[in-house]
Design a protein around this ligand. Structure first.
Ligand code: NDP
Ligand code: HSE
Length: 433
């Protein structure tokens, strides 16, 4: 079985290593040897200290289009939209099965690849595209195919989870924590895709498409990164029994499906709250299975290569034994809802004048918008402090019951206009309660 590898960077070098170093076990598991026939890179002459000595340098080539024509299975770990898409399409039309870790490409134009693979009758696998080593694509696409998934909540970006965890545990500010993530190699030199939530949004689109049998693309995902999360937000979260996490959320409501990425308060008792450092986890709620959580390393060369190799073995077994992996499933074709339709709980923090009647005014605004209050917390000020500064500053933390995002937005605007309200310090969604 001829295997071509496109890319030899963080992930590709580890895929090559596993293919070579585990060749005997892989041959036994597949039923025939897997032969690595070439590794396409931009610069075949570049020094590659990350590539183990066990991998023959003569396999490196700059002729990716030629390489995909002489393989039974093509693994794409180059990243980016082009030439990755054209190379995968060329591989598919040449009859090869394809395995990719490219979430950006799948979220932007996955259906083009899925359709081409279906038409050619070849496998397309992409376990590594969502949450690295964690098996989540296969469980949602296959293991839960007999169930009805209601909601998927994922911590699917290790960099932002590390940053938020550092802020919570060390009191570091956002910039400091991002710098630490860069030093440890979690964050790229340009951390935009992570901190602004683009990476998580691509994964949310893929998960939503699989879970709800509906095409959801990157454009359908409402996205908000972690750049607005302050040390104060993190400290208040702790005080109110929560942890702030960047969540990728895909859910089905009676009106359709929604996919969104944003920072959220997660109750400290929820399993996702215990996902520390750069780890990832995906929490799935299904009608019959109940609650499931998948946890592990969401990035890194070897963990991601593990998921890639699992897909390679599946595709190779089909070539040896017959059969085919699942095709794209879009039969439900549910409406994809706009962000304003999302229904969730909120925690609104505001600074107000500490005078009689202020809380009542705020509560009235919420009532007028039909937003029900679940809890109000006002950190105490002593009588002596109150008398020393009558009408001084008070902080209110209001947690609501579920409300549509549109109603919450109108509520926030109306509260901001109240005379005793000095500032709305933050509005955070509460998920997983
Ligand atoms: P790297 O940037 O480390 O490696 C990319 C590789 O692709 C390099 O070897 C590069 O060649 C080669 N390449 C890039 N463009 C071309 C081109 N036009 N022609 C030929 N070769 C090319 O990326 P990663 O290994 O980090 O990521 C690869 C993919 O895996 C991406 O889609 C990413 O999203 C995904 N992924 C990555 C994870 C991670 O932890 N890194 C986790 C999960 C998924 P050269 O070496 O000569 O520059
Ligand atoms: N003490 C205020 C009130 C609460 O009674 O409304 C917020 O300042």
């Amino acid at each position: 079985m001829r295997v071509a590898l496109l890319g030899c960077g963080v992930v590709g070098s580890q895929v090559a290593r596993l293919l070579v170093e585990q060749s005997s076990d892989l041959a036994s598991r597949v039923g025939t040897p897997l032969e690595l026939v070439g590794i396409a890179v931009r610069d075949a002459a570049a020094p590659r200290p990350e590539l183990p000595a066990s991998v023959d340098r003569a396999l490196l080539t700059q002729d990716a289009p030629g390489l995909v024509q002489r393989a039974d299975i093509v693994i794409e770990v180059m990243g980016g939209i082009e030439p990755a898409r054209s190379l995968l399409l060329a591989a598919i039309s040449a009859g090869a099965a394809v395995v990719t870790a490219n979430k950006a490409l799948l979220a932007e134009d996955g259906p083009t690849l899925y359709k081409a693979a279906d038409a050619a009758g070849v496998d397309i696998y992409f376990e590594a595209a969502v949450a690295g080593a964690i098996p989540i694509v296969r469980p949602v696409r296959e293991s839960l195919a007999g169930d009805h998934v209601r909601r998927v909540l994922g911590i699917v970006n290790g960099t932002t989870n590390y940053v938020l965890d550092q802020m919570a545990t060390t009191g570091a500010g956002l910039e400091e924590a991002v710098a630490q993530a860069q030093e440890l190699g979690y964050a790229e030199a340009d951390p935009t895709a992570d901190v602004e939530g683009y990476d998580a949004a691509a994964k949310a689109a893929i998960l939503a498409s699989l879970a709800f049998h509906t095409r959801v693309t990157l454009e359908d995902v409402a996205r908000e990164g972690i750049t607005s999360v302050t040390s104060e937000d993190v400290a208040w979260a702790t005080q109110t029994g929560h942890v702030i996490k960047l969540l990728a959320i895909a859910e089905q409501t009676i009106d359709g499906v929604s996919a969104r990425v944003h920072p959220a308060l997660v109750p400290a008792t929820h399993p996702l709250a215990g996902v520390r450092g750069s780890f990832n986890a995906v929490f799935v709620e299904a009608d019959a299975a109940g609650e499931l959580m998948f946890y592990g390393r969401g990035a890194g060369g070897a963990p991601t290569a593990s998921a890639v190799l699992g897909d390679v073995v599946s595709a190779a077994r089909h070539r040896v034994l017959g059969g085919k992996g699942p095709e794209e499933s879009t039969y439900a074709a549910l409406p994809v809802l706009p962000p304003s339709a999302a229904i969730t709980r909120y925690q609104v923090r505001l600074a107000v004048d500490d005078r009689p009647g202020v809380l009542a005014q705020v509560a009235q605004v919420l009532a007028a918008q039909g937003v029900s209050i679940e809890a109000v917390r006002q950190p105490s000020v002593t009588d002596a402090e109150h008398e020393a500064e009558p009408g001084g500053l008070a902080h209110l933390v209001i947690t609501t019951h579920t409300a549509p995002e549109s109603a919450l937005a109108a509520t926030v605007t109306a509260i901001r206009a109240l005379e005793p309200v000095r500032e709305i310090t933050s509005v955070l969604r509460v998920e997983g309660a």
